[in-house]
Design a binder for this molecule. Structure first.
Ligand SMILES: [Zn+2]
Length: 500
């Protein structure tokens, strides 16, 4: 029986066309091959699993291939291509910088560098993790890099280019490899699954891709792990259990609970996370990512450019997006990012997590401060207009237009009682403040005012209305409106003084 080869090795790209997510670099390399202007040294940088050594190997193959295709792809069939693919080539030497980091290792390279290749091809040194070399090793390497023999090339790969000596960096042509998008990783995993006859749900592939954070090799290793433990039928639940994470179902349930104002669900959810032994920190990351997705969807509306969900998941996100305002999403994101750094030092992670979820559910009942400010501005404007103090041009009117149709009225009880009488008719500038409430503050008319006509307000009284279906606790709003009323009173008093 043939030895099992891990997916990452088995499906390693053998030509430029197989490499995903690095199109610009591949175009540049092919152009260099076309013009035969190959630099002495190349540095491939990027996070792990993005294809640095893979690209270095393919370039090495292309340089020594005896049957290069018209679009500069190595043939894969000539002896040079085969030897490089098998790692047995005498011309292309791969050195692991992490385990060969000393000056003696580099001296060995320097000693062999002069021997030319028998077939007339290039002698290529691929040094992986080159940042691990010692300073002395770098200096020894520098001598060779300054005046490399003809037909000798150095390809370096590193995840940490800042640790490479600047004198080395300046002698290399540098390529920064991008993280690979989740969509690209999903597509690649899907093609691998097809070839291996694995049935795997789209959402499960996305969970793997998300966990790999732009590293294809990590994603392939995860698929390997799941495949070897769970066979040919892979569901979201399988992936979630292997990764020790929750499926997104619980997040959508949470959205619903937040909308319906069911704080008890916070405890249920945390209990579920704990009892199933899931990764708590990852759960908070998931929740943060969830609100980020909702916010992105709300901001970009129809075309959310960075969101790549399977269709059914996108539909669920669209429903959840209806539950929140942009301000709420931003507020939750602030809160959750702060929580991510604090939770590790919390005395009880469980209680901390419950508190986070409860706070989110409870904040759904709060009126966003932006909305209050807009309403106050609208109120001030309408009073200003009615006394002839503020002139509004139609262009400004939409900005101060009141928020969506109110559903429920709240009466403001003042303590101490405050009464404001506003007589908007031009003849009367009389504003009086009595000891008992006579008039309520109302703001509803401007919505009906046609924008193309001069604004006319003939209101004797104003009442502030709040859109809240299930407002149970009024104390919070009372406080805010008391402030608003006091501010308003001050303003009116000022106007009164002016008129006197
Ligand atoms: Zn070839």
């Amino acid at each position: 029986m043939a030895e099992y080869q891990v997916i990452a090795r088995r499906f390693r790209p053998q030509k430029f066309g197989d490499v995903i997510g690095q199109d610009a670099i591949i175009t540049t390399l092919k152009n260099a091959l076309a013009s035969r202007r190959i630099a002495h040294a190349y540095l491939f940088t990027g996070s792990r699993g993005t294809g640095k050594t893979t690209l270095a190997r393919i370039l090495a193959k292309a340089l020594n291939c005896t049957d290069l295709s018209a679009d500069f792809e190595p043939c894969g069939g000539c002896s040079s291509c085969k030897e490089i693919a098998a790692g047995s080539s005498m011309e292309v030497l791969e050195i692991d910088g992490a385990s060969h980091r000393g000056i003696d290792d580099i001296r060995q390279i320097n000693e062999t560098v002069g021997y030319s290749v028998s077939g007339g091809g290039y002698k290529i040194y691929i040094i992986d993790e080159v940042h691990m070399l010692t300073k002395e090793a770098f200096n020894a390497l520098l001598k060779t890099l300054e005046e490399p023999p003809e037909k000798v090339k150095f390809f370096f790969a590193t995840t940490e280019p800042h640790k490479v000596l600047p004198t080395i960096l300046s002698r290399c042509q540098r390529f920064n490899l991008h993280r690979i998008s989740s969509a690209n990783i999903v597509a690649k995993l899907k093609s691998i699954a097809d070839k291996l006859a694995i049935t795997i749900e789209d959402r499960a592939l996305l969970m793997i891709a998300d966990r790999a954070e732009g590293g294809l090799r990590d994603a392939e290793s995860l698929l390997d792990q799941i495949f070897s433990f769970h066979g040919n039928e892979i569901t979201c639940e399988t992936v979630a259990s292997v990764l020790g994470i929750m499926t997104k179902d619980c997040l959508f349930e949470f959205d619903k609970a937040a909308k319906e104002g069911r704080p008890a669900f916070a405890f249920d959810l945390v209990h579920q996370v704990f009892s199933e032994g899931k990764d708590l920190f990852h759960f908070i990351e998931m929740l943060t990512e969830h609100y980020r997705n909702i916010l992105l969807l709300k901001i970009s509306e129809t075309d959310a450019p960075y969101l790549s969900f399977p269709e059914n998941e996108m539909a669920r996100y669209k429903i959840s997006a209806e539950y929140y305002t942009q301000e709420q999403c931003l507020q939750f994101l602030d809160y959750l990012t702060e929580a991510q750094s604090k939770i590790r030092s919390a005395p009880s992670v469980r209680i901390y997590l419950e508190n986070i979820l409860l706070t989110i559910i409870r904040s759904m009942k709060k009126i966003p401060i932006e909305l209050l400010v807009r309403r106050l501005a609208a109120l001030e404007q309408s009073i200003g207009r009615s006394t002839g103090e503020v002139k509004i041009t139609p262009a400004i009117a939409p900005v101060i237009a009141p928020p969506p149709v109110p559903e429920k009225k709240i009466e403001i009880k003042e303590n101490p009682p405050l009464s404001i009488t506003v007589d908007p008719s031009p003849s009367s500038a009389d504003l009086s403040f009595a000891a008992k409430p006579k008039v309520q503050i109302k703001q509803s008319a401007p919505a009906k005012t046609p924008l193309d006509e001069p604004v006319k307000i003939r209101q004797k009284s104003h009442i502030i209305e709040i859109e809240e279906n299930k407002l149970k606790n009024q104390s919070h709003y009372d406080t805010i409106f008391q402030f608003a009323a006091i501010e308003l009173k001050g303003k009116l008093e000022k106007m009164h003084i002016k008129r006197l």
